[in-house]
Design a protein around this ligand. Structure first.
Ligand code: NAG
Ligand code: NAG
Length: 389
């Protein structure tokens, strides 16, 4: 096929990849695809759902092969997870880490755009101390495996932290890592700063609110108009709790000597149903939080303390997960119900015909697809047309 136009288009199609260092996050909005459920749509249907919602960044909590296969050729960018139960093995055996990366990451590249590996989830401060001890070793062995396979430039290694790592997060400027966590956290941060990884934070104004509904203004937690809080050391005013939680993490990092590290939010969300004592877990609050969060992220702005670090977040979660243990709220964080219909209207469309959004999306900019993504896709469509003509 000696069609010069086709060759030119092929060149244009592939040239962006030559100069692009793969980023683990495109735009500002992503979702967590938790799958602790026996009634949710198939991975192929999830791909359709995410494409319709123009959501490009996805995290899973394992490296399920049916998901990785379904995501192949879709352009979706996925962070896979190494489950906590495998940390000790991966820490003790570099060859197991190498095989894990070969089997669960390398074998799906490049069709499936795996852009990161989350090593463990909420380990420090939550899991038992034997896992705290294994975390850094597992991170290093997984990183070394990506290096050996020449994937280290494309795959970001990280681990997500809950608020259990902080001793005090109010006001944000006072935030520090807990004394018993620091000896594990500091070497981990040292390593992450060497390899350019961010600090991953699971940030839930929902959890802060349900623990203290008497003293926390729900408007502050839901991004609604409020007088907010004033941080006198930072000399900054906060009008929403998520920004304050992110700046608390920045303060703890500064305190530990890591003032260049970026914070990204790997989980945030609001439950649409809860137990009697989970005040505020209802549909209208969940809708308000998730709608306002989308608007907040679409602004592509930083926080009061770090105005240049644009806030990036993955929402928890795509679906309500019916086999998740714990409080009722745990099974009700989904933007979508198990049947693929929307849990509430924040501008996304459900899987089923007729389940559509009534929202005008004037206020929410299209934040899923970057221009280059759109360009690549229209170019590939053109190439197909030319080869077929
Ligand atoms: C990682 O690899 C480097 C050299 O490639 C080696 O010096 C280091 O000991 C390895 N680290 C681990 C934890 O295996
Ligand atoms: C949801 O909870 C709020 C309090 O946080 C309450 O004011 C509101 O009436 C509740 N909405 C529904 C639909 O139950």
């Amino acid at each position: 096929m000696a069609n010069p136009i086709a060759f030119l288009l092929l060149f244009l199609f592939f040239s962006p990849f030559a100069f692009l260092k793969v980023q683990a996050f495109t735009g500002t909005y992503g979702v967590n695809y938790g799958r602790l459920a026996n009634n949710i749509p198939s991975p192929d249907e999830v791909v359709a759902l995410l494409k319709a919602a123009k959501v490009r960044n996805v995290r899973i909590y394992d490296a399920d092969h049916s998901v990785l296969k379904a995501f192949g050729g879709t352009g979706l960018e996925i962070v896979v997870g190494l489950p906590n139960g495998q940390l000790q093995d991966m820490s003790a055996n570099a060859d197991h880490a190498l095989n894990w990366v070969k089997d669960n990451v390398q074998s799906f590249l490049p069709a499936t755009r795996i852009v990161g590996i989350a090593v463990g989830n909420e380990v420090l401060g939550v899991e038992d101390i034997s896992l705290w001890e294994a975390l850094l070793g597992a991170v290093k062995n997984i990183y070394n495996a990506t290096k050996k396979l020449h994937l280290d430039e494309m795959i970001e290694i990280s681990t997500a932290n809950s608020f259990a790592v902080f001793a005090n997060s109010y006001p944000p400027s006072s935030c520090k890592f807990k004394d018993d966590i620091s000896p594990y956290m500091k070497p981990l941060l040292e390593f992450f700063s060497q390899i350019g990884s961010p600090f991953c934070l699971n940030a839930y104004p929902f959890l802060a609110y349900i623990r203290d509904p008497e003293n926390i203004d729900i408007n502050y937690a839901l991004f609604k108009p409020t007088k907010g809080i004033y941080d006198s050391k930072f000399r900054l005013r906060y009008d929403n709790m998520l920004d304050a939680q992110i700046d608390a993490a920045y303060a703890a990092l500064e305190n530990a000597g890591f003032d260049k590290m970026e914070v990204i939010v790997t989980e945030t969300g609001w439950a649409s149903n809860g137990d009697q004592n989970e005040v505020g877990a209802n549909v209208s609050n969940a809708r308000t939080y998730n709608y306002n969060l989308r608007k907040r992220l679409a602004k592509k702005k930083g926080t009061p303390h770090r105005p240049k670090n644009v806030v990036k977040a993955y929402v928890f979660a795509i679906f309500n997960e019916n086999t998740k243990p714990g409080a009722t709220s745990e099974r009700n964080f989904g933007l979508f119900k198990a049947d693929g219909s929307i849990s509430y209207d924040i501008g996304f469309h459900g899987l089923n015909a007729g389940d559509s959004s009534h929202l005008a999306l004037k206020n929410i900019k299209n934040q899923g697809l970057s221009p280059s993504y759109t360009m690549v896709f229209s170019l590939s469509a053109l190439i197909v047309l030319i080869f077929w003509s």
